[in-house]
Design a protein around this ligand. Structure first.
Ligand SMILES: CC(=O)N[C@H]1[C@@H](OP(=O)(O)OP(=O)(O)OC[C@H]2O[C@@H](n3ccc(=O)[nH]c3=O)[C@H](O)[C@@H]2O)O[C@H](CO)[C@@H](O)[C@@H]1O
Ligand SMILES: C=C(OP(=O)(O)O)C(=O)O
Length: 428
């Protein structure tokens, strides 16, 4: 086990290259199950979620190679092995094995997923979709059992706009007989990315990226090559970092259109932002103004950037309010930021941040992935040394974080935890 050591205060400068999108990667990899021949996905991020999914595909008989960020999956010998426990609980996106295996084998047994603890994260809309397609779905001792004699296209209205349910239903429906219509679908860029891969495999999908997706099922899907989109959340994290502790940071390999809500908010604070086709420059701000943000489904402000943004707001002059309408309890980072001298109150679904304060280095713990990102940003803004534990969360979603930050001039390194520190963490 390791911790991150951050000596704050050195202004960050230079260029950082963004990796492939985690939330695409974790759906594209299971989608390969649906093909009859090898699929190559180029530009995957080096994160633990990708490694775990690779292991899961191997457990069901896939032949997988992963070199230089490109993964080739030969799914031809896969079988519908039950995956009730173990690795499936280490990440959220193992739920995509349900849709993909149901689509290909018409049966699957998958344990309930893990992922960030952000309050309740039900999968009722995924199950509603599978049932509408003709699957019989039961929950037995924490594992979801899915079985269908045949999948038939259906009209499915999502009661909640859900990224996971939209993609999962799409994965199963591409191999159903007839037409499926998903209404009130999520519109995140990762959904378009998955639809692009499936279309290249031979699927017939229209409307991905809008709130109505039409899928005409096909009998079989073939292998293909696909290049993943850049990670808008990783890019957004570095943009926030550039504003919080930067002296001119160029973010390379980004689709600025995916980050319009963040760009608008940073500009409102007084941060200088210049965007071109695939780069965003974040310039230094003399003084930053407090702003309010409310997380919404895409293209609204992403919940996954709410926690990193909160750290930035500690340096803004005045009172800011952050409201998370997607995950009302996504505030576990706040206690840790308070340890670092932040002046933040949580009331219901909102955090109220009073600035400006100078953050102070402290020993803090990442409770989830983006809490980790918020603490790293805070550590780089702070006076003195910050120690961040809970790196297993950060490693789920940030490829080569230390190397990328060192490349921008940060003083940050990983250190092994001592026996005493491990004991303290286990007892906390
Ligand atoms: C692997 C992945 O892509 N993770 C992302 C995905 O998570 P995930 O796909 O789990 O998030 P959803 O879009 O499904 O969740 C949105 C909201 O709907 C609720 N809900 C969802 C499904 C359901 O069946 N029933 C239900 O009530 C959730 O509790 C949440 O309040 O989108 C989230 C919202 O943008 C992001 O924070 C996560 O980074
Ligand atoms: C919540 C997140 O991830 P997951 O859904 O994989 O837990 C995230 O990426 O911020």
């Amino acid at each position: 086990m390791e911790k991150l050591m951050i000596a704050g205060g050195s202004p960050l400068k230079g260029t950082v290259r963004i990796s492939g999108a985690k939330n695409s990667a974790v759906a594209l990899i299971p989608a390969t199950i649906l093909a009859e021949s090898p699929v190559t996905i180029e530009g995957l991020p080096d994160i633990s979620d990708v490694q775990i999914l690779k292991g899961l595909l191997e457990e069901i008989g896939g032949v997988v190679s992963f070199e230089n960020n490109d993964m080739t999956v030969d799914p031809s010998s896969m079988i519908s092995m039950p995956l009730p426990n173990g690795k499936v609980k280490k990440l959220r996106a193992s739920y995509y094995l349900m849709g993909a295996m149901l689509g290909r084998f018409k049966k699957a047994v998958i344990g309930l997923p893990g992922g960030c603890h952000l309050g309740p994260r039900p999968i009722d809309q995924h199950i509603k979709g599978f049932e509408a397609l003709g699957a019989h779905v039961t929950n037995e001792q924490g594992a979801i059992y899915l079985r269908a004699d045949e999948l038939r296209g259906a009209r499915i209205y999502l009661d909640v706009v859900s990224v996971g349910a939209t993609i999962n239903i799409m994965l199963a429906a591409v191999r159903a007989k007839g037409r499926t219509i998903i209404e009130n679908a999520a519109k995140e860029p990762e959904i378009i990315d998955v639809a692009t891969l499936l279309t290249n495999m031979g699927a017939k999908i229209k409307g991905a990226g809008t709130d109505v997706i039409r899928i005409d099922g096909v009998d079989s899907l073939d292998g293909c090559r696909h290049t993943i989109i850049p990670d808008r959340i990783e890019a957004g994290t570095y943009m926030i970092l550039g504003a919080a502790a930067g002296d001119g940071v160029l973010i390379d390999n980004v689709i600025p259109h995916h980050l319009e809500s963040l760009i608008a908010k940073l500009r409102e604070m007084g941060v200088q932002i210049e965007a071109n086709d695939d780069q965003v420059f974040v310039g230094p701000a003399e003084k930053m103004k407090a702003v309010d943000i409310k997380t919404l489904v895409y293209p609204g402000f992403p919940t996954d950037l709410q926690q990193p943004f909160t750290s930035l707001l500690t340096a803004a002059e005045g009172t800011s309010m952050v409201t998370d309408t997607i995950y009302g309890a996504r505030f576990k980072h706040i206690d840790e930021l308070r340890r670092m001298n932040a002046n933040i109150k949580v009331e219901g679904r909102s955090a109220i941040i009073n600035g400006t304060v100078k953050l102070q280095g402290a020993k803090v713990k990442a409770s989830d992935l983006r809490a980790g990102a918020s603490l790293v940003i805070a550590g780089l803004m702070a006076e003195g040394v910050t120690e961040v534990t809970g790196l297993e969360h950060i490693d789920r979603g940030y490829s080569h974080l230390v190397d990328k930050l060192c490349g921008l001039g940060a003083t940050i390194w990983r250190e092994k935890l001592t026996k005493e520190e491990i004991e303290q963490l286990n007892n906390a």
